[in-house]
Write a protein that binds this ligand. Sequence first.
Ligand code: E4P
Length: 218
Amino acid sequence: MKFFVDTANLQDIKECQELGILDGVTTNPSLMAKVGITGKDGIFSHYKAICDIVDDNVSAEVIGTEYKDIIREGEELAEIDPKIVVKVPMIKDGIRAIKYFSDKGIRTNCTLIFSAGQAILAAKAGATYVSPFIGRLDDVGSDGMALIEQLVDIFANYGFHTEILAASVRHTMHLLQCAEVGADVVTCPANVIMGLLKHPLTDKGLATFLEDAKKLSL
Ligand code: E4P
């Protein structure tokens, strides 16, 4: 299972990268705005800074919603660094653009997926990743995890190469359930990844070992 961190915060990205378990980063316009990045140059150099920290897989989202704009923006984003994955919204022109990018060998992440039908379309168009949003489905009383399970079954039936990137992962249980049902990737905030480290019995056990180690005259 790949771990992506869902943030544009360079410090959080560095912290996860230093742990040695990070496979990529996802961003979106809201996350970029949250760290105060503005203007095309600022945004592009921020993407470059992210690429310089991680090994691969930096999702950078297009803003355009018309085919021509998505293509132009996606090609510009892909020029920033070979680690860039162009993030495209799940709309009609987005699917057409994913097909275009796929034919050109540009990797894509189809975002804002809320149904199996949407994911199948994106996979058929050649998306590298599809991003079903678990937390936002849960927010409106739907079962986000049920969608992940459904996609794992469907993609296995047809041997789609597209990877299921579980997004809008809000807490540790989401992440663990994704692992159980076989999502290829999870993307979540750094605190969710770091939360996996914690267990009170680990802290208690370590305190005891360190105390007893004092008796060993090392
Ligand atoms: C990632 O690709 C998504 O944009 C992100 O996971 C959305 O998460 P949210 O629903 O917590 O904003």
